[in-house]
Ligand binder design. Structure first.
Ligand code: KG4
Ligand code: ZN
Length: 366
């Protein structure tokens, strides 16, 4: 079964064709990062206008690279929330137009659920203990690869990486830091969320404080490589809760930068980036493992843009007593393959939407 996925919730216009919820046969992502980086963050009005310009060529390219015709497609999965209203509308209306013209079913997909389903993409083992996903051992090559997910095969410490329920999902993106218990397909229970800044938002704000540019996550990660986490920054543990909080850490970084005149010295900036990254990772890792033990899950599934952070994936997989699944970096950040994968499981369950599907910018999960 082939599903065309469409994603326009934020600043990436994306389309992808995925077979049976796992095999990516095309995956096109048109990023607007260069445009928004001039403003130091996403400008919603510009984002929606840019989606309008790129959505048709992106969908056409996804179809031609997949070498399929509309008769081969079984359904159109599209993100309808959460996200920027004007951006979501472009994708949802594109999906409706195609569905109407080609008489195909529409499947509305929750963007957060789609992030989780990136863990189902190209998950099949080739029988020799090697799979095209998972956390590479620290010595293995980076999994960054072409958009189809056909990166180098790496040996990972688990014999089978098929998802097993119940699992604990940590979704860390620009707008969310959610801990969600998943008992089966479509069965979610939210255990924790951020009380203020999301993890990705905290990275973006910290990068702005350190003059490292946008998007902040990759910028902090790059800067941190040449630094050490020697500077003292707080961690909000929020005892007896599975919630997160990162705004105090961001404020503490700002004060530290002023007090120690960090911006006058590149090696201090690197130390500040490393110290900040380490503080975020400490909290995410410890609280995720704590919840995994409490709810006796079988696996931990990491997803969302911040899951592209190598320090986070390595620390979580090294500290966790349970298998940790992480999509390769290009499937952690926004893409439409994850939307198609998620849509496939809804479609298989008979969950389709009508032409009245509307955007829900504040949609949550569980
Ligand atoms: O999932 P995503 O692509 O979009 C949303 O749904 O929000 O996540 C984007 C977020 C941004 O805040 C970005 O700074 C962060 O993910 N991010 C990272 C890394 N790559 C992207 N954060 C830390 N380390 C990274 N390597
Ligand atoms: Zn996202």
């Amino acid at each position: 079964m082939k599903i065309l996925g469409i994603e326009t919730s934020c600043d990436e216009t994306a389309a992808s064709v995925v077979v049976n919820g796992s095999d990516i046969i095309s995956n096109i992502v048109a990023s607007q990062i260069d445009i928004h980086s001039r403003y130091g963050g996403i400008v919603p009005e510009i984002a929606s206008r840019q989606h309008l310009l790129t959505i048709v060529p992106v969908v056409n390219r996804a179809m031609s690279e997949a070498r399929v015709s509309w008769q081969d497609i079984d359904g159109i999965a599209v993100t309808f929330g959460p996200g920027l209203a004007g951006s979501l509308l472009v994708g949802v209306n594109m999906a409706k137009a195609i569905a109407l013209a080609k008489q195909l079913p529409i499947i509305g997909v929750n963007h957060l659920e789609a992030h989780i389903y990136a863990n189902w993409l190209a998950s099949s083992s080739n029988g020799d203990g090697k799979v095209r996903k998972g956390v590479p051992p620290s010595t293995s090559p980076n999994l960054l690869s072409d958009k189809k997910g056909e990166g180098p095969l790496v040996t990972i410490p688990y014999l089978s990486m098929d998802v097993r329920f119940p699992c604990l999902c940590l979704i860390v993106s620009g707008g969310h830091s959610d801990l969600v218990l998943m008992r089966g397909h479509g069965q979610f229970e939210k255990l924790g969320r951020t009380r203020d800044d999301a993890a990705g938002e905290a990275f973006d704000k910290a990068a702005r404080i350190l003059n490292l540019g946008y998007p902040g996550g990759p910028a902090i990660e790059r800067a941190a490589i040449s630094g050490t986490s020697c500077l003292s920054l707080p961690r909000a543990w929020l005892k007896d809760s599975h919630d997160f909080s990162f705004s105090g850490l961001k404020t503490a970084l700002w004060h530290l930068v002023q007090k120690e005149r960090i911006l006058t010295n590149a090696s201090l900036v690197a130390d500040a980036a490393a110290s900040f990254q380490s503080a975020v990772v400490d909290v995410l890792v410890a609280k995720t493992i704590e919840a995994a033990k409490e709810f006796e899950v079988r696996q931990i599934l990491l997803s969302g843009g911040v899951a592209a952070n190598k320090s986070l994936t390595e620390r979580l997989s090294n500290s966790s007593p349970l298998p940790v699944l992480v999509p390769p970096p290009h499937l952690c950040t926004d893409n439409a393959a994850m939307v198609a994968a998620c849509g496939y499981y809804h479609f298989r369950n008979g969950q389709v939407d009508g032409y009245d599907l509307d955007v829900v910018p504040s949609l949550s999960l569980g």
